[in-house]
Design a protein around this ligand. Structure first.
Ligand SMILES: [Zn+2]
Length: 131
């Protein structure tokens, strides 16, 4: 029982001990106490709903963290040429950039530095470019 429900129960007990002579007043008083009881009950239900929601939101945040971690969503400030992807050429070791559309093509990538074909084993997030 919540604090509010306890107060309402206390008022109910007080009203019992009052033995009001005026029936109308007694009725109104009982009605008010009953209404307070209903409000207290509704509040308790809402508290439970809020607790459930908060657990649910916590769960969503945890999952978002996991997803973010999985995707390793860190934007490299130097990569603001939106659709360009940084590739370290396995043949000459040079860092070169390709348009995303070129990566999707079947022709393979030709390194502009050494003219060798680069296979698709590509570090996309630019972690190699620390300097
Ligand atoms: Zn190369």
């Amino acid at each position: 029982m919540s604090y509010i429900s306890e107060k309402v129960a206390y008022l109910d007990g007080l009203a019992d001990g009052l033995s009001l002579k005026d029936e109308g007043t007694d009725k109104v008083l009982r009605g008010v106490i009953e209404t307070l009881g209903a409000i207290a009950e509704a509040l308790e239900e809402q508290d439970e709903s809020i607790d459930d929601l908060s657990d649910c939101v916590d769960g969503i945040y945890d999952e978002l963290d996991d997803i973010e971690e999985a995707l390793d969503l860190e934007f490299d400030g130097e990569m603001d040429e939106d659709d360009f992807i940084e590739v370290v050429c396995p043949h000459c070791g040079e860092t070169v950039y390709f348009d995303e559309d070129m990566i999707d093509s079947d022709d393979g990538l030709i390194c502009p530095n050494c003219n060798e074909t680069i296979e698709f084993d590509i570090p996309i997030d630019g972690d190699e470019a620390d300097e």
